[in-house]
Structures are given as structure tokens and as C-alpha cells.
Ligand binder design. Sequence first.
Ligand SMILES: Cc1cc2nc3c(=O)[nH]c(=O)nc-3n(C[C@H](O)[C@H](O)[C@H](O)COP(=O)(O)O)c2cc1C
Length: 351
Amino acid sequence: MDFPSLHIGELCARVPIIQGGMGIGISLSSLAGAVAKAGGIGVISAAQPGYQEEDFFRNSYGANERALAKHLTRAREIAPDGVIGVNVMCRGHHYAEYVKCAVKNGADIIFSGAGLPKTLPSLVEGTKTKIAPIISSAKAASVLLHLWERHHHRTADAVVIEGPKAGGHLGYTREEVAMWGNGGYEEQIGDILKVVHSYEEKFKKKIPVIFGGGVFDKADISHYLSLGLAGVQMATRFVATKECDAADAFKQMYVNAHKEDITLVNSPVHMTGRAIRNAFVTRAEKGRIPPDHCFNCLKTCNPATTPYCITMALIRAVKGDVDNALIFCGANAWKINEITTVPALIHELTE
Ligand SMILES: Cc1cc2nc3c(=O)[nH]c(=O)nc-3n(C[C@H](O)[C@H](O)[C@H](O)COP(=O)(O)O)c2cc1C
């Protein structure tokens, strides 16, 4: 292997690749376990992981907590010596409970974005679990690390930068995505590295910085490592693997997508998202799709006015009902033309 391993405190991933957490249900134990076994960091998404539990509709929180514990155990069985993380988004209800559940069930590291995870340090206090915020700008890095220092007297164990070519919800407006689409984002990476380095000095510890968003092949990884990053976070490529926890129809949407099919959407979460244009996206652009059930998943969602139910749109996606679902993807999903396996993909990306 040509690349150095990724060290986060005492954790060591042989391969400097983090598989980005993908909700709902796209990255559960099968994918995360396989990535951890292959030497990367496998990440389970804590966004409604209990969607397959029989009581999910009447008891979503209980089902999610049970499923998260189950998937952590399963991933650990697949990769007893691997590094396994959990992605918990701060916009959701029960944020603290999901983080604590992940810690209790042996998560090595918590990745947390979709807002500033201000309280995260207190939720892992006294445990070995590492914390890595996902941020999109130097300003966000600076504000969050300052808050953590001031209120919790600690800093991050790693920082993930999510760039404008990522999939799912983005930390950018449409205008920013358009602006960075033509390049120039690397200046931002440099600014974020500077902020993080200042905290490395203050806390006398290494804080690896990882970049995600549009990383597609080995040349991309080499490029980002050459900028001073310690690793990459990749999600889209891992969707097109046998081990990915989504239905085959979801994966085939990636295989069949053309460049012009990848679009930006306004998500009910009040964020811009990136997805594959399908009948659902077109319908949602024409008018509101009133939800018939509320899962009480988001602090910021009002079921009476939401343009559609994000949870239902993503559950239909993972189950393969692809015409009635939101198919999140990264900007480079159209480059994928086959389904592979996780070991073959890691080999292609590193050897
Ligand atoms: C299908 C899909 C679902 C995603 N879901 C989440 C999520 O639930 N939480 C999160 O923080 N990021 C999510 N992301 C972002 C990824 O974790 C990752 O950072 C990003 O997509 C990396 O860019 P790439 O897909 O171009 O490799 C998702 C991405 C995809 C493609």
C-alpha cells in the first residue's frame, strides 16, 4: 500500500479511508463491518437505524436504540480488530441518547455534523470513544473548537471537512456549491488546516484532518494527502458495493445515473441536498407532499408545513422504492458503472 495509516489517538486504520456515515440505513453493520475489516474506518449511520424493526412506526426511538446496539455488535463481529464509528447528526431529536448508546455499545469514534455538535464532548466524557466533528468552513471549525475549549476544556480527536461535492445534506447554499464547483475550494481546506493546527499546538496533540466530498479514485486520495490531510472520507463509492446495506435498486440508480441526473434539492431539514433526479424529486419541486405519519425525528421540522417527510423519502430509498424516494448521492456518482465488493474497492483505491 502506498498510503500511510490513519492514526486518531490510539486508534489506527491501516488504510486512510473513512467510509462516510449514510442514512437512512445505507451504512449499517454490513458495510461498516466490511470497511473496518478491510482496514478503513467503517461508520454506522444513527439516522433511523431501526427502520426495519417491527415496532418502528409506533416506537421509533426504542427501535432505533435497539437497532444501533445490534448493528454495532454485528459490525464488531465482522471486524473484531477494526475501527468502527457511528455518525450522529446534531439536528435530530434524541441526539444525546444516540451518542450515549453508541458509546455504551463500543463505538470507537463518533462523527457528528449537520450543525455544530456543541455538547458532544460531555456525552463521551470518561470514555475512550473519540470525537470528530464534520465541518464545512474555517469559521465553523474555529467557532466549534473555541466552544469546546471554553466549555469542555478539550479539543477534537479528528476533524472531517465535508466539501461541496459530497452527498446527502450539504453545509453550503446552492450559490456556494455553484461557486466551488469551478474549483478554488482548496483554499478553504488550507484555512481549516490552519485553525486545526492552532488547536494542535494549544493541546499538544495531533488532530488528523480528513477530507470528504467527490473523492473518487487513488489519484484523488494522493492529491488530498499531498495537501496535508491525514485521510479521506468517501461515501458514494461505497454505495456501489455488495456489502452496502441498501437495496439493489438503490445501488443501480448510481450505476445508471448520467452526469446531468445529479441535482441539488431543498430538503425539509432546511439544507441543500444532493440527489439523483427521479420522479420523486420532480414531484416535490411541483408542490408539497403531505406526510401521513410523523416520526418526530427532527427538531426543525413542522409536519403541517414540511414539503415532504424526509424520513419516509429516505426509508423508501433504502428499501429500493426508487421512484417514490430521495436518492442521495455525491457529485461523482455518475462515474460509477458497476457494483464491486469492499475489499476490491479498497484494493483499487490503495494498491
Ligand atoms: C446516500 C448518502 C447518505 C448520506 N447520509 C449522511 C448522513 O446521514 N450523515 C452525514 O453526516 N453524512 C451523510 N452523507 C455524506 C457522507 O457521509 C460523505 O461525507 C460524503 O458523501 C462524501 O462524499 P462522496 O459521497 O462524494 O464520497 C451521505 C452521503 C450519501 C451519498
